[in-house]
Design a protein. Structure first.
Length: 113
């Protein structure tokens, strides 16, 4: 009997969790649709680096860029215009504010070694 109770309690809890999360998400979605926020769409520069730049720059496809004190203006220029094997990113891919934050992050962050 006890085992049967546990067997049904767990899926019920999981189901409840899904319903709660689903409601929160749809409320969040509705809020976003009412007031679209232009501009910054990433949490911070570190997140842009981790999700966009690290793909190459932490995989030895691109050179190490953190911990070198590269100027933010230089980083911004390279990202917008590209340079040989480095692709350029348009504003639709990384908006100006996100780019400013990732450039500042890369400029100041330490290399991972
Ligand atoms: C598709 C792979 C790729 C991605 C994604 C990428 N890069 Fe690069 N990046 C490169 C490569 C390859 C180079 C070296 C280019 C060369 O010299 O041929 C480079 C060079 C650079 C340089 C010049 C480094 C130096 O030594 O002067 C900077 C600055 C830079 N990338 C910043 C970024 C930033 C910031 C991001 C994220 C927004 C990013 N890159 C995303 C591949 C990438």
């Amino acid at each position: 009997m006890q085992a049967l109770k546990v067997v049904w309690t767990v899926p019920a809890l999981i189901l409840t969790a899904f319903v709660v999360v689903g409601n929160v998400l749809s409320i969040a979605e509705a809020t976003f649709q009412e007031a679209p926020e232009p501009g910054f769409q990433w949490k911070d520069g570190a997140e842009v680096y981790a999700k966009v730049c690290a793909f190459c720059h932490e995989a030895k496809v691109g050179p190490t860029i953190r911990g070198r004190g590269l100027a933010p203006a230089y980083i911004t220029f390279i990202v917008r215009h590209g340079n040989r094997a480095m692709p350029s990113f348009r504003a639709a891919e990384i908006d100006d504010e996100s780019l400013a934050r990732v450039a500042e992050y890369v400029s100041k962050a330490a290399a991972n070694q």
